[in-house]
Design a protein around this ligand. Structure first.
Ligand SMILES: [Zn+2]
Length: 199
């Protein structure tokens, strides 16, 4: 499906520019300052999940981050953002990638624990990336989605010192104890890992 593409707001462009100039360690702690929020990934749009849907943390100080977990939403991009903003849903991921153009939303800070893996140990040690689409509809896995997601994953791996390999970049279906199948048989891992390593 195609949806209207909104240009980035001037406010977001200004925030992104300011963020790029400030060393990460010098950014204010958002938990201390309520509404101070900006994406960890400069190209992502900040679309915060409801605070009832994730756990505030101070990673990597309190939990080492050593995995990236790849998901497919089984819902549209907009519906996924709505679900994450609904305090009754008890689910979130750090990022959502839009199918049509690879646009990135960040919904949970990388320092915080998102609820995406269905497994507390894996939630505490991972960054979760949702991709708009359905496991049985490979047309959603566009070039733009693969390319932007791979850039994001490469940047996450660099930020957290995570090896860019399949032992550390895993599918939801590889989380111990899960009954989820995403990203499913049409997700092209060979292509994705090549893009991550050459991003
Ligand atoms: Zn999943």
């Amino acid at each position: 499906m195609e949806r209207a593409r909104r240009p980035p707001s001037r406010r977001r462009l200004l925030k992104g520019t300011a963020l790029a100039a400030v060393p990460y360690a010098l950014l204010p702690d958002p938990r201390a300052g309520a509404q101070v929020q900006a994406p960890d990934h400069p190209l992502a749009e900040w679309q915060p999940a409801n605070t009832a849907n994730h756990t505030a943390a101070n990673r990597p100080a309190d939990h080492r981050v050593d995995h990236v977990i790849i998901h497919v939403t089984q819902a549209t991009y907009m519906d996924t953002l709505s679900i994450f903003q609904n305090p009754r849903k008890k689910v979130s991921a750090h990022y959502v990638v839009r199918s049509a153009d690879g646009h990135l939303a960040q919904c949970v800070r990388e320092a915080d624990v998102a609820w995406h893996a269905g497994n507390w140990d894996h939630n505490t040690r991972s960054i979760g990336i949702e991709h708009e689409g359905w496991v049985d509809r490979p047309a959603y896995f566009t070039d733009a989605l693969y390319e932007q997601s791979a850039r994001l994953t490469a940047a996450i791996c660099t930020r957290h010192g995570i090896p860019k390999d399949r032992a550390h970049i895993i599918g939801h279906h590889e989380v111990p104890g899960t009954d989820h199948t995403d990203p499913g048989p049409y997700w092209d891992w060979t292509r994705y890992m090549r893009l991550v390593n050459f991003a």
